[in-house]
Design a protein around this ligand. Structure first.
Ligand SMILES: [Zn+2]
Length: 358
C-alpha cells in the first residue's frame, strides 16, 4: 500500500526527536488513531508498533489515514514549518537591530516558543537568538566597511555597548571592529586604572598624552573597551617609568571629581573625524558648572542643523571629563544620554554646579 522506505529505524529516530529538518521528506501514521503527521509534530508520542511511514500524503490517505489537525501535513507546499522559519530568518535579517524575544517570534510564526526554538535550530542550524546575534554582526561588518564611525556602527547594529560587541565580535568577526579601520596602528598605549568617587576609571595614554579616559565596572571590561577602540595599537600596562605621572593624573582627576579642581590641565592625544574634533574642542570651552544643549553646540560650531550629529559626537567621546561631554544636555532641560551612565552625569553636573557657587 505504501511506498517502501528504507531504514525505518532512522525515520523512527527522526519522529522521536521531532526532527523538523525531515519535514516534507516523509510522514508517519499512527494506525490506532487513524491520523498521519509530519516528523516534527508535537502531538503525543505514539508507540513504535502502531506507527507506519509514508513517502507522501497520498500514500498515507490511501492507507485510510486522515491528516493531523496540529501539524497539518497537507499544508502546501510540502513544508510549511520550513517556510515559516525561513521567513522569520528573513525578517530578522531585515531588521537586525530589533531585538525579538523567542516568545515574540513564536507568536509571529504561530507556534509555541518551545516548538519554534527546536524547529529553528533544526532548519537554520542555530537558535533564533544566535541567529539574531549573527545578523547584527553581519550588519556591523557592513557598516564598518562603509566607514561609519565605529561607535555609530555598533549602535546601528543594535548592540548596547562597545564591550558587548567586542565579546561577540571576538568569535564571529574574526577580528575586532576597529581592525576594519586603522584602529590606532603604530601607536603604543599604556594603561592603568584607579578608583574615583564615580567608580573605576581607566587612563590610556600615548607618549603624547591621554587618548582614553573611561569609567567602568571592572578593569577587564575597561581593557576590552580600550582594545575595541585601539585594536591595532600595542597595549601595555602602565610601565613603572610612567607610574608617578599616572599617579599625579589620577590625583588631579580625583580632586576634580570632588569639586576641588575645576580646571584640569592634563596632556591629551585626541583622535577623531574632523567633525568630532570640532565638537570636542568646543566642549572644552564650556565653562565648569555650565551646560549647553545639543542644539546650542550645533549653533555655536556653525552647523545649526547638526544637533543629532553633535549628540553622536558626544556619545562617541572616549575621553571622559577632559572632553566634558557631560556638560551637553537636552534643550528641554532633561539630561540627555551619557556614555558612562545617567547617574554619573547627574552627579558630575550637581558637583560642578555646587562647586562653582562656592
Ligand atoms: Zn500531527
Amino acid at each position: 500500500m505504501s511506498t517502501p522506505i528504507l531504514n525505518e529505524e532512522d525515520l523512527w529516530n527522526a519522529v522521536q526527536s521531532r526532527d523538523a529538518s525531515r519535514d516534507g521528506e516523509f510522514f508517519y501514521g499512527v494506525m490506532t488513531t487513524g491520523v498521519y503527521c509530519r516528523p516534527s509534530c508535537n502531538s503525543r508520542r505514539a508507540l513504535r508498533k502502531n506507527v507506519r511511514f509514508f513517502a507522501s500524503t497520498e500514500d498515507a490517505e490511501r492507507a485510510g489515514l486522515r491528516p493531523c489537525k496540529r501539524c497539518r501535513p497537507t499544508g502546501a507546499p510540502a513544508n510549511v514549518l520550513n517556510q515559516v522559519v525561513h521567513q522569520l530568518a528573513r525578517q530578522i535579517d531585515a531588521e537586525p537591530e530589533r531585538k525579538l524575544s523567542l516568545e515574540q517570534l513564536a507568536k509571529r510564526a504561530g507556534y509555541s516558543p518551545f516548538h519554534l526554538q527546536r524547529s529553528f535550530k533544526a532548519i537554520i542550524g542555530s537558535s533564533p537568538k544566535e541567529y539574531q546575534t549573527a545578523a547584527r554582526v553581519r550588519t556591523l561588518k557592513k557598516e564598518l566597511r562603509n566607514e561609519a564611525p565605529v561607535a555609530d556602527a555598533i549602535y546601528q547594529a543594535g548592540f548596547g555597548s562597545g564591550s558587548r560587541v567586542y565579546e561577540k565580535a571576538d568569535g564571529q568577526l574574526g577580528m575586532t571592529p576597529s581592525e576594519y579601520r586603522s584602529g590606532g596602528k603604530g601607536l603604543t598605549i599604556s594603561y592603568a586604572s584607579g578608583q574615583t568617587p564615580l567608580g573605576l576609571l581607566m587612563i590610556g595614554a600615548t607618549d603624547r598624552g591621554i587618548c582614553f579616559l573611561q569609567f567602568g565596572d571592572t578593569a577587564e571590561g575597561l581593557l576590552s573597551e580600550l582594545k575595541l577602540q585601539f585594536s591595532a595599537a600595542t597595549l601595555q600596562p602602565m610601565p613603572d617609568s610612567s607610574r608617578s605621572e599616572f599617579e599625579s593624573w589620577m590625583a588631579a582627576l580625583n580632586r576634580h571629581l570632588r569639586g576641588l579642581e575645576p580646571r584640569l590641565d592634563l596632556p591629551l592625544d585626541v583622535r577623531g573625524t574632523a567633525f568630532q574634533l570640532i565638537v570636542w574642542r568646543y566642549l572644552q570651552k564650556v565653562p565648569y558648572g555650565e551646560v549647553r544643549s545639543y542644539a546650542e553646540v550645533a549653533e555655536a560650531i556653525g552647523k545649526p542643523s547638526a544637533a543629532r550629529a553633535v549628540a553622536r559626537a558626544c556619545a562617541t567621546n572616549s575621553i571622559a571629563l577632559l572632553i566634558p561631554c557631560h556638560r551637553v544636555v537636552r534643550g528641554t532641560g532633561e539630561l540627555g544620554g551619557y556614555r558612562w551612565g545617567m547617574q554619573r552625569k547627574r552627579v558630575l553636573l550637581d558637583t560642578e554646579r555646587a562647586a562653582s557657587k562656592r
